[in-house]
Design a protein around this ligand. Structure first.
Ligand SMILES: *[C@@H]1O[C@H](CO)[C@@H](O)[C@H](O)[C@H]1NC(C)=O
Ligand SMILES: *[C@@H]1O[C@H](CO)[C@@H](O)[C@H](O)[C@H]1NC(C)=O
Length: 153
């Protein structure tokens, strides 16, 4: 095998190993973990390479291959995920969230918390909040463009 082929293979293997090392349960992915805790998998974009969750405190960290832009339904807000997203997941509420920003009303807002009520998700942005049906997030969105940059802009 030429080194050209070997390099991606090696980095894939090391990513796979990292994923196993930090998962609380190696057979669960970050998406499974969302589902298990009552959140739709579409809250995370594709490209999660590892995650960790402290089952005692609920502190979690999700690592993406790169920062990632997605368009959120239904209002087509542009959202940007940092390469690392952290927060605390306790009892159907994600708080202290860091790493997800949404473009709305001509500026960027950090989503600080997300609550699941079952049928709805409540996104908190500072003192304001917005409620959306959870079904809008049943599918994992793909990152737009290369390296999280939107190809068309
Ligand atoms: C979890 O996954 C099951 C099976 O795909 C699905 O029916 C259920 O709605 C999911 N739960 C959430 C909260 O998205
Ligand atoms: C998990 O959280 C508990 C409670 O905050 C803390 O005592 C413990 O050290 C944490 N474990 C890890 C592996 O960080």
């Amino acid at each position: 095998m030429s080194p050209k082929f070997l390099l991606p293979l090696l980095s894939f293997l090391s990513l796979a190993l990292c994923t196993f090392a930090s998962n609380p349960n190696p057979s669960l992915t970050a998406y499974d973990e969302l589902n298990r805790t009552g959140f739709p998998i579409g809250l995370l974009p594709s490209g999660v390479v590892s995650y960790s969750l402290n089952l005692t405190s609920g502190d979690f960290a999700v690592d993406l291959a790169d920062h990632c832009r997605v368009t959120l339904p239904p209002d087509n807000y542009l959202a940007v995920y940092s390469k690392r997203v952290t927060g605390k997941l306790v009892d159907k509420k994600i708080s202290g969230l860091d790493g997800i920003r949404v473009r709305a009303f001509f500026r960027w807002w950090s989503i600080s918390a997300i609550r699941s009520t079952g049928d709805d998700l409540v996104f908190e942005v500072g003192v304001a909040s917005a409620k959306y049906p959870a079904k809008n997030f049943f599918e994992t969105p793909d990152c737009e463009g290369h390296n999280g940059k939107k190809a068309s802009s």
